[in-house]
Design a binder for this molecule. Structure first.
Ligand SMILES: NC(=O)C1=CN([C@@H]2O[C@H](COP(=O)(O)OP(=O)(O)OC[C@H]3O[C@@H](n4cnc5c(N)ncnc54)[C@H](OP(=O)(O)O)[C@@H]3O)[C@@H](O)[C@H]2O)C=CC1
Ligand SMILES: CC(C)(CO)C(=O)C(=O)O
Length: 306
């Protein structure tokens, strides 16, 4: 008999983990969040505050700092930053059931591949994440827009999609998840660094002189690199880029949030990845390089100040 997918265990109780874990819990599914003490303590005491556009509720669900909680999971939502993929993977490895599915809800194009090298022979699947969300305080999630996923077709992906559908989270199962990850990477390259450097939301940035042209140049460079890598980017990429500022005008990118909190950013996995892959393929990526270097400059300035 097939095991039920419950409980879902979220590794990385931050903006993305709390949003998707919280939506499942709100729909009545058992969820356990694994995260840092400041969020875990608040969530255990008061529930997870989900401040969304159309509701503001305290959602009751279990939270713990103990990664051994993954031992119960049939499905793990892996929601740490790209720079933490290997370390968090190594921590969860000894506790994971052999049949568990680990879904990587992360930006960047290679997290699932990197996690697979840490967790063989476990099932690891990439998920492309479209959401605008932030932790506004301990155990307090603020949602600015969207909340949908594209996932790889793996055993039980249909069941996972149904589970999310019950929680009002649309999930597309795509046999071209590599292309879908690259489409999201292009979006991140266009928005994240600019928002981080200016510390301003997308809706304001796109109205500033020259910014839309910078974003178009970034997109063009990314597409050349993707094409040379043999990636087929699905859909209309210009529309996908435009949809971000139309649907999340008040959002600061996750890179902007990291810098504001004095945390390392994922820029090496975003514009930085395009620069490195471009260099290997002989494709110049000057605009991506400039944005990557400026974010690194700001990151370094903070580390010296900290
Ligand atoms: N925020 C957004 O709107 C979006 C984010 N994404 C992507 O989703 C991924 C997650 O981002 P986001 O949720 O914003 O990041 P957050 O930093 O908000 O959340 C990650 C959380 O995981 C914690 N963490 C790290 N390692 C471990 C571990 N080993 N065990 C338990 N907890 C751990 C972090 O703690 P600590 O900080 O102390 O390390 C942090 O609290 C990223 O790849 C991001 O790019 C994608 C779409 C939108
Ligand atoms: C879609 C976007 C750009 C939303 O903020 C994001 O993925 C991020 O902030 O990293």
């Amino acid at each position: 008999m097939t095991q039920p997918l419950h409980p879902v265990v979220v590794v990385g109780a931050g903006a993305v983990g709390c949003f998707f874990g919280g939506m499942l819990a709100r729909a009545g599914h058992p969820v356990v969040l694994v995260g840092r003490p400041q969020h875990v303590d608040a969530i255990e005491r008061h529930g997870l505050r989900m401040e969304a556009r159309d509701f503001d509720e305290h959602v009751r669900l279990r939270a713990t700092t103990d990664i051994a909680a993954v031992a119960q999971a049939q499905v793990v939502l892996f929601c740490v930053k790209s720079g933490d993929t290997e370390s968090a993977g190594a921590q969860l490895k000894p506790h994971l059931r052999p049949e568990a599915l680990v879904l990587c809800l992360q930006n960047g194009v290679d997290n699932a591949d990197r996690l697979r090298t840490v967790l063989p022979p476990r099932q690891v699947a990439a998920a492309v994440v479209y959401v605008a969300t932030e932790m506004a305080g301990p155990g307090h999630l603020k949602h600015h827009g969207r909340g949908d996923l594209v996932i790889e077709p793996v055993t039980r992906s249909e069941e996972v999609a149904q589970l999310f559908a019950q929680a009002r989270v649309p999930v597309e199962i795509s046999s071209n998840v590599r292309g879908a990850l690259w489409a999201k990477l292009v979006v991140n390259c266009a928005y994240n660094a600019v928002s981080a450097i200016a510390q301003r939301p997308y809706g304001e940035n796109v109205r500033s002189p020259g910014i839309q042209q910078v974003m178009s140049d970034v997109v063009a460079e990314c597409l050349l690199v993707a094409q040379a890598e043999g990636v087929e980017i699905p859909g209309d990429i210009d529309l996908a880029v435009r949809r971000i500022f139309e649907t999340m005008p008040t959002q600061l990118s996750s890179t902007a949030q990291d810098l504001a909190r004095g945390k390392p950013t994922e820029i090496d996995h975003l514009n930085g990845l395009v620069v490195r892959r471009g260099q290997a393929l002989g494709i110049p990526t000057p605009v991506n390089r400039t944005l990557w270097a400026l974010v690194k400059l700001l990151e370094g300035k903070q580390q010296r100040a900290g």
